[in-house]
Every structure is written in C-alpha cells, then in structure tokens.
Design a protein around this ligand. Structure first.
Ligand code: ASP
Ligand code: MG
Length: 426
C-alpha cells in the first residue's frame, strides 16, 4: 500500500461530469489499496472569473479580500468532489488550506509555504477516509488571514502535501499527457518524455515551458518529492520528474529508460529586449545600469555587451514584456548620470532554449544548434548558456520555424504528430 497525492487542475474538474470522472479515478486508486490525498484546483476558469468580478467592483481590490474571494473557488470544487466520492460509497473529507495546516507567509496573492502541519489529514487517513484539500491557499499565523499561493498554486499545494505526508508519489493530472520535448502547439512532432530530471524541468519551465509550475518543481526538488505528470483523460503513464538520486519507478519494473542528451526545446514569446547604447566603457557602468533596472522591479534574463571600439559600448538585455516600460522609464530618468547615448526597445523577439543534462558530458551540442539555425537561414541576436542550457534570441517571427528545425536536428521528432488537446495543460 502506498500513499498517493493526486492534483487535479481546473480543466479536470470543469463541470459536474468531469468531477464525477475525477471522483471515479480517485476511488479506483483507493480500491487498489492506496491511501489517497487530493489537491484540487477551482473548476474551469473560476479563478479568472472571480478576478474579473473583483476588478468590476474595485479598480485595485484589497489583497486580503482578493484572497478571501479567490480561495472560495477551490472550496467549491473540494466539497463537490467529496460529495461525488460519497455517492460512490466511499468516505471522503474535504479541508480548506488552513484546516489542512498549509502555513504560509503573509504575502497575499503570492504567499510562500513555510510549514505544513497536516494533523487533521493524518487523522482522516487513519480513519480510512480519502482526503481532499483545497489547492492554492494557505493561512498565515501572524495575521490569521487566508492567503493564496499565486496563479497555478495548486501544483505547489500538492507537492507540499506529498512532502509533509512522505507520500510515495505526487501525481499531477491535467489535460495533457505529460511533459513533452517541446510545446506540441509549436512543434507538432514533439514527443512525450518518460522521464525528465527536475533540474531540466526547472530550466524548461524558466524558459517558457508551461506544463508544471516552477515553484512546485523547486519545492519537489528541495524535499525529494517524486512528481508524475499525467493526463486525467487516459490511464497511460505520463512523465516522471526525477530529483537527485531518484529512480523512475517504471525502471524498477524492467522498462528501459533512455537518457537523451537534449531533453527538450522551449520557446518563449514573453520577453522584450532593451539596448542601452553608447555606454561609457569604464568600470562600474554595468553595475549602475542593472541597479537601476532592478529598482524598477524588472526581472533581467539575458545580457550581452558588445566589445567597445570607440570607448563606448552597447549593453543589451531581455526582460518580461510587462516589465519593459518600467525599466525604460527608470533608465531614461538616469541617462545623464550613467552617460549613455540612447535606449532602444524591441518587443519583437523570441527566445529558443535547448535543455539537457547530457550537455555536461557531451561536446558538440551547441554546434548542432548553430548549424541547424544557419541552415534554416535564421539570424541569432543574442546567446546565453548555463551548464545544461543554450538559449538564443531571434526575431519572434522566426521562432516557431527555428524551434521545429532545432527539434529535428537533435533527433527529438516523433513518428506521429502529438495530439494537441484544446486545453491549456492546467
Ligand atoms: N485556481 C488557481 C488558478 O487558476 C490555482 C490553480 O489552478 O492551480 O490559478
Ligand atoms: Mg485554475
């Protein structure tokens, strides 16, 4: 008998029919002899609808009240799910985040889990009940208020529960079959991976992949939680996300797992490029510039600096499109102090990243990328690397084609086109 934590995203519990389907899946797991703890998201687009409502009554809703409102979405789905399980003849009990002991800091809308005290969940499990927990929400001990963990936070709830209860696996269910070598909407020949390391998953997520939330993967990595990302709509195995020293449970059953050099290709359309031109080439200028950018709240990703021929140099960097205006404004305000000549804003870029732990031990990985792009006639504007990632910035109009070319060059193309669900993967 195992203890299994299951997380169901909003698209898996969008209506009564779906809730019944999920209830059946939970009951099947229980019937197989396992203890089951479920973290559930709000039904369908409930959270977005509640947000819209809030914005209709107030231009800037109070953060405390917004969390009160948004946390209600998960309360609806958890209670309905428990009822659906009851009607199948099984014992189930639902708990809010605070009843489940999900203790967070006090940051409304983006709270971090600081402790999990699942006393009531253990009691319920001991009494033979299936436990349902509202995802995405917690409780702060100082303010004694309800908090939410940020959009997509139910993944983190599930992983935190799995860690606190020492679960055997944390199954994250959505409307996609697992983690793919690329976004199937961009690269139809993307294939589902049997496994991926959490390190690779973090790099992919940080560079545009949207299947799992970064915070949840980080939490799993830190606490040694095995994640299994899979589909609500099929019983097929999904993708195991393996932390350090973890083994794919399927391997123990004798399945052969191959470890590719490149795990996946990520595409990101969300960045903009800012160039600070004509920066005096003297020590301290980069420090000044990035201090100004940091103060504006913009999150810098890639940076390149040109060699200077004339005593002046250009520094380009990327930030999320949404942060660009603030960064530009802050820089323009300090133009005289820094002494640069002008600012260039370009939001028509796309970022392509290739990720794989095999890069540590294999040479020629970057050569393959550059060759593929060159054969495709695609111009590279910026390059950055980490130990297990190479990223390039291109024209946004080139990104999809570049990604397909590169995916193929690394031998990642599957035989068939991946089934693209209408869903969002949540
Ligand atoms: N319902 C919340 C959201 O839509 C949390 C989640 O789905 O994980 O962001
Ligand atoms: Mg949702």
């Amino acid at each position: 008998m195992a203890l299994i934590v299951q997380k169901y995203g909003g698209s898996s519990v969008a209506d009564a029919e779906s809730i019944k389907r999920v209830a059946k899946r939970i009951v099947d797991t229980r019937r197989a002899g396992h203890d089951v703890v479920v973290a559930v998201s709000a039904m369908g687009d409930t959270t977005d609808e509640l947000l819209d409502l809030a914005n209709e009554v107030a231009p800037i809703p109070a953060p405390r009240e917004l969390d009160m409102l948004l946390s209600s979405g998960e309360r609806i789905s958890m209670a309905l799910l428990a009822m659906a399980i009851h009607s199948m003849g099984f014992e189930a009990r639902s708990f809010t985040g605070s009843q489940a002991g999900m203790i967070t800091d006090s940051q409304h809308g983006a709270a971090r889990i600081v402790d999990v005290t699942p006393v009531r969940l253990r009691e319920a499990l001991d009494e033979g009940a299936i436990v349902i927990v509202a995802g995405f929400q917690g409780f702060n001990r100082d303010t004694r208020d309800i908090t939410t963990l940020g959009r997509g936070g139910s993944d983190t709830t599930a992983v935190a529960l799995a860690a606190a209860l020492d679960a055997d696996v944390c199954e994250i269910y959505s409307d996609v079959d697992g983690i793919f070598t690329a976004d199937p909407r961009v690269i139809p020949k993307a294939q589902k991976l049997d496994q991926i390391t959490s390190e690779e998953m973090l790099e992919l997520a940080a560079n545009g992949a949207k299947v799992l939330y970064i915070r949840a993967v980080e939490y799993a990595r830190r606490h040694g939680v095995l994640i299994h990302a899979r589909s609500t709509f099929s019983s097929a195995e999904g993708t195991y996300v393996l932390g350090e020293g973890m083994k794919n449970p399927r391997e123990a059953e004798g399945a052969v797992m191959e470890e590719p050099i490149v795990a996946g290709v990520a595409t990101d359309f969300s960045q903009a490029k800012i160039t600070v031109a004509g920066v005096p080439d003297v020590p301290g200028k980069a420090a000044e510039i990035f201090k100004i950018v940091a103060k504006s709240g913009a999150n810098v990703d890639m940076i390149v600096q040109n060699v200077s021929a004339t005593g002046r140099t250009d520094i380009s960097f990327t930030v999320p499109k949404a942060d660009a205006a603030a960064a530009l404004k802050a820089l323009a305000g300090d133009q005289d102090e820094v002494g640069f000549t002008n600012l260039i804003h370009d939001d028509q870029i796309g970022k392509l990243s290739v990720v794989g732990a095999g890069m540590r031990t294999h040479s020629g990985v970057s050569a393959t990328l550059f060759e593929a792009l060159s054969e495709g006639g695609i111009n590279i504007e910026m390059i950055s690397t980490s130990e297990i990632r190479i990223s390039v910035v291109l024209r946004d109009t080139d990104l999809a084609e570049a990604a397909r070319t590169v995916h193929k060059a690394y031998g990642l193309d599957g035989e068939d086109e991946a089934t693209v669900h209408a869903g969002t993967g949540r």
